[in-house]
Design a protein around this ligand. Structure first.
Ligand SMILES: [Zn+2]
Length: 411
C-alpha cells in the first residue's frame, strides 16, 4: 500500500487479501513501515462487512491515535501488510513496493503510549527519567518512561521491541532473488558492522518469490551469521524467475569488554524465544557487572594508597563485603545521596531484588522456588525491564562518579 502524508488510507482486509471473514477474525496482523515511515492505525477495531473485527494482539500494531485530527499515516512512503492466520495458513497481498536501493539503518525507537508517534530510545531519555524529568514525545505528550519501555519489552513489537530498548539497531535493505539459484547475502556489505552480533533477521519476500534460508547439514541457531544464502519458493504456482526480498537485520555492537550489554542481549534473546527461565541469570549478571565498576571507581576514591592499591581495596570491599544485594540496599541509596542524584525508584529496586532472587533460586536450587511468582511472560517482562533500567542506571551513575573524580582532581 502507498500512504500519503496527512491523509488517511482505508484498509479493507477482505478486499486486499480475499480472506475468509471467519479467518480474518482470528488473524494476527502486522503493519510494517517501509523506508522509515511508520503507519499508525486510526483505531484498533473496525468493521468488515458489517461484523466487528478486533485486533487480537495490541502488540502487533502501533498504538492507535486518540486524536482524530492526527494523520492516520505518517510519512510519504509505501508500506506493507502481512496477515498471519492462526490456523497455519498465510495469505499475503503482493505488495507494490519499489526497490529500496540504499540500505537504511534504523535507530532504536518505541511508540508514544499516548499518541503513537515514534520516540527515539536513547541514553538521554533514560537520564531524563533518572533526573525525574518527563520524557516528551514529538506531540508533546509527557511519557512515563518506565511504562513506555515496559510496554516495548512486553509487547516485543515485530519481535524486535525488546531488543531495541537495549540499543539494538536495524539495518534494512533489499536483495534480488533468482529462482533455482542461491543468492549470497552479506549483511556487512549492507552496513552492519563486522563486529556486531546479529540478534534477529526478518526476510520478507516482495513479490511472487519467497526467500528460503539455506542451512548446512547441522543447523546451529546461534550465533546468527552475518552472511547467508537464500533460495526461493514461488507463491501460488508463480512462474516468475526474478524477485526480491526485504531484509531487516537487527544487531548490537557493544564495545570490546562490555560484558553487561552482551549479557543483557542474552537475557532479551531468552525472552524473545519464550525461554523465560533463561532470563534471570544473564539479566542479573548484566546489572551486577554494570553497577560493580561504577561503585568500585567511587569507593576507590575513598580508599588509601596509590591508584592500584585503592582499586584493589575497593574491589575487596565490594566482592567480600558489600556484595550485590547490599549494593542494591543500602549502598546505592548512600551513593546517590553522595553524588546528589535521585535514587533509583523503589519499585524498580524491588523488581531488581526479585530478579536477584530468581537468579539465586536457579543457581542454588536449579529451579524457581514455589513461593515466588512464576516466570510468566508478563512477570519476565517486568523483571527484564527492571534489569534494563538497572543497567542504564549503572551507566548513569558511573558518569556521575567520573564527574565526582574530576571535581576532586580539580581541588
Ligand atoms: Zn505522544
Amino acid at each position: 500500500m502507498v500512504s500519503v502524508r496527512g491523509r488517511r488510507t482505508r484498509l479493507d482486509f477482505y478486499q486486499l487479501c480475499a480472506l475468509q471473514l471467519s479467518r480474518l477474525i482470528k488473524a494476527h496482523w502486522v503493519l510494517g513501515g517501509m523506508n522509515g515511515a511508520m503507519p499508525l492505525l486510526a483505531r484498533q477495531t473496525g468493521r468488515v462487512r458489517g461484523r466487528r473485527v478486533d485486533c487480537p494482539s495490541r502488540a502487533a500494531i502501533s498504538a492507535p491515535s486518540r486524536n482524530p485530527s492526527l494523520p492516520t499515516i505518517v510519512g510519504n512512503s509505501p508500506w506493507w501488510i502481512i496477515v498471519y492466520i492462526k490456523d497455519g495458513e498465510v495469505t499475503r497481498k503482493k505488495p507494490a513496493v519499489p526497490e529500496i536501493r540504499e540500505p537504511i539503518e534504523l535507530a532504536p525507537w518505541l511508540t508514544c503510549p499516548v499518541c503513537g508517534r515514534i520516540i527515539a530510545i536513547s541514553d538521554q531519555a533514560f537520564a531524563a527519567y533518572f533526573n525525574r524529568v518527563a520524557v516528551v514525545c514529538a506531540s508533546g505528550c509527557k511519557i512515563d518512561w518506565w511504562d513506555a519501555v515496559h510496554k516495548a519489552v512486553r509487547d516485543h513489537f515485530m519481535l524486535i521491541g525488546a531488543y531495541q530498548v537495549i540499543g539494538a539497531r536495524t539495518t534494512t535493505f533489499t536483495s534480488p532473488l533468482t529462482r533455482g539459484k542461491a543468492t549470497a547475502v552479506d549483511f556487512c556489505k549492507e552496513g552492519v558492522p563486522p563486529s556486531a552480533s546479529i540478534l534477529t533477521v526478518n526476510y520478507t519476500g516482495l513479490g511472487e518469490l519467497m526467500p528460503l534460508l539455506a542451512t548446512g547439514n547441522t543447523v546451529r541457531p546461534t550465533p546468527l551469521p552475518t552472511k547467508v544464502h537464500l533460495w526461493t519458493a514461488p507463491l501460488g504456482g508463480s512462474r516468475k524467475h526474478r524477485g526480491q526480498t526485504a531484509v531487516a537485520a537487527t544487531w548490537i555492537d557493544p564495545d570490546e569488554g562490555d560484558i553487561s550489554t552482551s549479557y543483557l542481549a542474552q537475557a532479551v534473546h531468552a525472552y524473545d524465544i519464550g525461554r523465560y527461565i533463561g532470563v534471570p541469570i544473564p539479566a542479573n549478571i548484566s546489572v551486577e557487572s554494570a553497577l560493580g565498576p561504577a561503585l568500585m571507581d567511587l569507593v576507590a576514591q575513598y580508599c588509601d594508597g596509590g591508584a592500584q592499591t585503592a582499586l584493589r581495596r575497593a574491589e575487596r570491599f565490594l566482592s567480600d563485603g558489600a556484595t550485590y544485594s547490599y549494593q542494591l540496599h543500602p549502598l546505592l541509596q548512600l551513593v546517590c545521596e553522595l553524588l546528589g542524584v535521585a535514587p533509583l525508584p523503589k519499585e524498580i529496586r524491588k523488581k531488581l531484588d526479585a530478579l536477584r532472587e530468581y537468579r539465586n533460586d536457579l543457581v542454588h536450587c536449579g529451579r524457581v522456588r514455589e513461593n515466588r511468582k512464576p516466570l510468566t511472560k508478563e512477570r519476565t517482562a517486568e523483571v527484564l525491564t527492571a534489569a534494563i533500567f538497572g543497567f542504564h542506571f549503572a551507566q548513569f551513575l558511573h558518569e556521575k562518579v567520573r564527574e565526582k573524580q574530576r571535581e576532586r582532581d580539580a581541588v
